[in-house]
Design a protein around this ligand. Structure first.
Ligand code: PLP
Length: 397
């Protein structure tokens, strides 16, 4: 039989954990695995700005006709404004082209397949560590994945010199995957001076930056979090961006993101776009409409945009508070090890330094679920679950 030859795939390290969590019958269980924002009540509600945009859309919707391959036109325009700013030269020079995509994952996959099929760029460098799905996406699309050092476990900080040294080994035309902000899993980002050095290195060595930008607004703010991307786009003539609105609009299950290509001139951008569209056509033909319509409706309406920005600020500030409380609560539980680095990290995640045994004990003995690498989703911590989490960590250390 044909299907009897199929082997069992390993469980996904993050989503597989959610399945185990769901099957756990212990009432006090806590899931700090997957990157989902929870409010103080431990819920992931639909944003108010999103509900209002959906009500508006329901009223005006006249057809479920197909979108074009590139998605909602107005959406693609607002994506460029968010990425590059309202007064971006490269946007006004039409050097950027954007296609709506099913989430950041879909955008990364389209970008990777476009590169593997149409260019001589076949090797991509990703940070060590990186989001667990990167290697999977890129290898499936036909790219070879190499790693550059990013994190120094001893200092719980980034090892920028090692990153540069590794990227010095890259060949002309190689792709470099960069996390735009809120690096997943470490929560440690480049500062603006470091971004400029990376931009210079990419220019000098003819490396192609591919930004994974899944957390705009979760670090320091919408504009602030785009500083690295904009610094690189100012220096290099060509780059790609895969962005996602899963987290900052809370649109996880709508699957909404975009792939953006920046070329040295409009003609090259347009020609490249024809191949991006061909890639999309052979994968899913054209994107689902709802997420793109929500985002473009909110961003085109001053009042809705202001409401969304306030909701995003609230999410960002709650996570920052949880970081501080986490550090304080661990101390209060008698933990003497220095965890102050947690309050210096950005975004949803903290690389805790907990080892596999400790992660397993947290799950088996205390029903606290974190990823095997020791990555904790701080966005899943609340004032209510904090004492239990910190008590358990104090016990396994
Ligand atoms: N990139 C990074 C770094 C992520 O953390 C995630 C989601 O966890 C994604 C991409 C994928 O986002 P989406 O859910 O929009 O596909």
């Amino acid at each position: 039989m044909i299907f009897s030859q199929v082997s069992q795939a390993p469980a996904d390290p993050i989503l597989g954990l959610t399945d185990t969590f769901k099957a756990d019958t212990r009432a006090h269980k806590v899931n700090l695995g997957v990157g989902i924002y929870k409010d103080e009540a431990g819920q992931t509600p639909v944003l108010k700005s999103v509900k209002k945009a959906e009500a508006k859309l329901l009223e005006i919707e006249k057809t479920k006709n197909y979108l074009g391959i590139e998605g909602v036109q107005a959406y693609n325009q607002v994506v460029q404004n968010l990425l590059f700013g309202d007064k971006s030269e490269l946007v006004s020079q039409h050097r950027a082209v954007t296609a709506q995509a099913p989430g950041g994952t879909g955008a990364l996959r389209v970008a990777a397949e476009f590169l593997a099929t149409n260019t001589s760029s076949k090797t991509i460098w990703v940070s060590n560590p990186t989001w667990a799905n990167h290697q999977n996406i890129f290898e499936t699309a036909g790219l070879t994945v190499k790693q550059y050092q990013y994190y120094a476990a001893a200092t719980h900080d980034m090892d920028f010199d090692a990153m540069l040294a590794d990227l010095e080994q890259a060949s002309a035309g190689d792709i470099v995957l960069l996390h735009g902000c809120c690096h997943n899993p470490t929560g440690i980002d480049l500062n603006i001076e470091q971004w400029k050095l990376v931009a210079q290195l990419c220019l000098e060595k003819s490396l192609l930056p591919l930004f994974d930008f899944a957390y705009q607004g979760f670090g320091a703010g919408i504009e602030e979090d785009a500083q690295g991307l904009r610094a690189v786009a100012k220096v290099v003539p060509e780059l790609l961006i895969a962005n996602s609105f899963s987290k900052n609009f809370g649109l996880y299950n709508e699957r909404i993101g975009a792939v953006t290509l920046v070329a040295e001139d409009k003609a090259t951008a347009d020609r490249s776009f024809s191949q991006i569209k061909k890639t999309i056509r052979s994968n899913y033909s054209n994107p689902p409409a709802h997420g793109g319509l929500i985002v473009s409706t909110i961003l085109a309406d001053d009042a809705l945009r202001a409401e969304w920005e306030a909701e995003l600020t609230e999410m960002r500030q709650r996570i920052a508070q949880m970081r501080t409380l986490f550090v304080e609560s661990l101390k209060a539980e008698g933990v003497t090890q220095d965890f102050s680095f947690i309050s210096r990290q950005n975004g949803m995640f903290s690389f805790s330094g907990l080892n596999k045994d400790q992660v397993n004990r947290l799950r088996d003995e205390f029903a606290i679920y974190i990823v095997g690498s020791g990555r904790i989703s701080v966005a899943g911590l609340t004032k209510d679950n904090m004492p239990a989490v910190c008590k358990a960590i104090a016990k396994v250390l």
